[in-house]
Write a new protein. Sequence first.
Length: 344
Amino acid sequence: MARNFKVITLMVLISLLAACSAPAVSPQPETQTSSELIIYSGRAEPLIKPVLDAFQAAHPEVEILLKAGSNSELANALLEEQANPQADIFITTELFTVQSLAKEGILASYRPAAADALPAELVGADNTWVGLTRRVRVIMYNTELVPADEAPQSIFDLTQEKWKGQVAAAGSTNGSMQAQIAAMRALLGEEKTKEWLDGLLANDVTFFGGHTDVRKAVGAGEFKVGLVNHYYYYLQQAEGSPVGIVFPDQGEGQIGLISNATAAAIVKGGPNAETARLLVDFLLSAEGQKLFAELNYEYPLLEGIALHEAVQPLEGLRFAAVDIGLASAEFDATFDLMETVGLP
């Protein structure tokens, strides 16, 4: 007992002497640790960067590295990198790709608090992805070429002889077109959806790689009509083009509006998981949702977020009675159908 006391006393004396001989050190303020966030985005850079800039303004310690490309290109990269993940977050323009990646075990489970306020169909199984914004499929037309009372009122009107060679749309590689076909398969069945696709092809519809080309071609009068997501119409209108919009299939016996959604997912094993969760939280925050609405003319998923003043509210419009999450999960059958009809 006495021996232990002597040892402790000696240690205390040594500590005191060291403290007396050491130079005084002023306490240093805590510094933020910088980190990277690597984002693979199927959304075009101009549509996602303003939102990421706002996140970075709130978190200046985070360095964002953005890789934008097609959903399929980025999905293939994630599959190739599965053993050594390089990305932290995947942002997609549709639900096909994100559900396919979830099935392959590429995505981590994370449920932001705001997910409880979202429609159940827009939160992935096991919380592997979460919806960000809603977009609806509309018909835009050139008002100098088509009077408002003559504009097509249904997506099925696009197969009519009067529009032969006058319609532009995105093709089989476009996620939103894929999602629309999936929704139609779930709603109408394989045969009726095939009839519609065959009708588009027979009517010499021109298929582009993306909707930006579609909206610009309609705005320039190269085509009378285009099938797009709603915000492309508003983007073209903002450029001063003479364009109008139809929210189709609202009549008696018609199918209603077809919608789809953007989504975000955290990559399993990504190098910066904690920061990735911060970004997902931000994208579903009131601030993030407001930015999507104001800058991109999109429909936020959180209630109570004001739309851009130019955007028509969805209240009063009829929607197609289809669960877009479940419909998009049948990606193999949808791709088989597009291949069968030869959709470009």
